[in-house]
Design a protein around this ligand. Structure first.
Ligand code: SF4
Length: 326
């Protein structure tokens, strides 16, 4: 887990709520600028937008989100390579996933992902992940139907439902592991109960649980995959938790949204609760725009008057305030 100290700035002395009353206005201005499809190419969500079939989108979303660690260029290469292999083998990502269990059981089966790597992960890891996805489709109709089965409509957030899915997948993956060349598969299966901020799962679930011009919202109340769910089940934007990473963590620190020094599940929930005071029905609405400030290197770890002076967050930013005074 990352420590705030890595950002060269700590917010331990900051009082939560000090500037939260005006924060919605500042965040809405930021949202108006950066929550736009023109910035999608700076995000792995871009891959999901290339497809229109909802099962393609669910499969591609899972792959793109869980591989979203490391450098952006490397992520793009790894996701593109994986999708290209799947399309060459079966036409579409969803056709590949549907046919995978039968092909996997054939004698002499050679993985489509032989030689594929992404930092800690190897092709066998990806194959096991897609076998688990195929299992969800076969048993439940979609991964969303499997996930929302354990998501109580009254749950404040999806933490318990994610724990349930990860627990099930850890168990099922053991039977598939003889085909796995490395021990890196578990890197896909982070769980809130283990303390991880689960950034990549939170990101995937934001894509599935919000619907606008950025997030596809396949699992929302009127989402296209919701017809595969049990009656009354869906993922509400209210139940999402912010995908906290070095960018959103640093900016949350600047805005005093959390005093925690570690980027863990508690920090993700604390930031989400602070954002809930700004937008009770959709607290992670600001995630994409906040992350753009870091990803696009608008907000660096240095106070720059010419940049900060134009930033909508300036009135609430303790880091800029400190920088301007020093
Ligand atoms: S005011 Fe400056 S330091 Fe603060 S969030 Fe904006 S760009 Fe970053």
């Amino acid at each position: 887990m990352l420590e705030w100290g890595e950002f060269g700035f700590r917010c331990g002395a900051l009082g939560l709520g000090e500037s939260l009353s005006d924060l919605p206005m500042f965040l809405n201005q930021l949202h108006g600028t950066y929550h736009s499809p023109r910035y999608l190419e700076s995000d792995p969500l871009e891959f999901v937008h290339r497809y229109s079939d909802p099962w393609d989108q669910e499969a591609v979303g899972l792959i793109a989100a869980l591989l979203a660690y490391g450098r952006v260029a490397q992520i793009r290469r790894s996701v593109s390579d994986a999708l290209s292999r799947m399309e060459t083998a079966a036409g579409t990502p969803s056709a590949f996933v549907r046919g995978l269990p039968a092909r996997h059981a054939e004698a002499g089966w050679r993985t489509t992902f032989e030689g594929w790597t992404h930092r800690f992960n190897r092709g066998g890891d990806l194959e096991v992940l897609l076998l688990l996805l195929a299992d969800s489709w076969r048993e439940h109709g979609s991964l969303g139907a499997r996930f929302t089965r354990d998501l109580a409509p009254t749950a404040t957030d999806f933490g318990p439902a994610l724990d349930s899915l990860i627990g099930e997948w850890r168990g099922k993956s053991k039977a598939l592991r003889p085909h796995q060349p490395t021990g890196s598969f578990d890197y896909f299966l982070t769980a809130p109960s283990g303390g991880s901020c689960c950034k990549r799962w939170c990101m995937f679930l934001r894509w599935m649980g919000r619907k606008d011009e950025i997030d596809p919202g396949l699992w929302t109340e009127n989402g296209v995959l919701q017809k595969t769910f049990s009656p009354g089940r869906f993922l509400s934007p209210k139940q999402l938790v912010i995908p906290i990473d070095t960018h959103t963590g640093r900016l949350s620190s600047y805005l005093g949204l959390t005093a925690r020094r570690t980027l863990d599940w508690k920090a993700a929930r604390e930031v989400t609760e602070a954002l809930r005071t700004c937008n009770p029905s959709d607290p992670v609405m600001y995630d994409f725009s906040l992350a753009r400030l870091g990803i696009l290197e608008v907000c660096t770890r240095t106070y720059r008057a010419e940049i900060c002076g134009d930033c909508p967050l300036l009135p609430a930013c303790r880091f800029a305030r400190n920088g301007a005074l020093s």
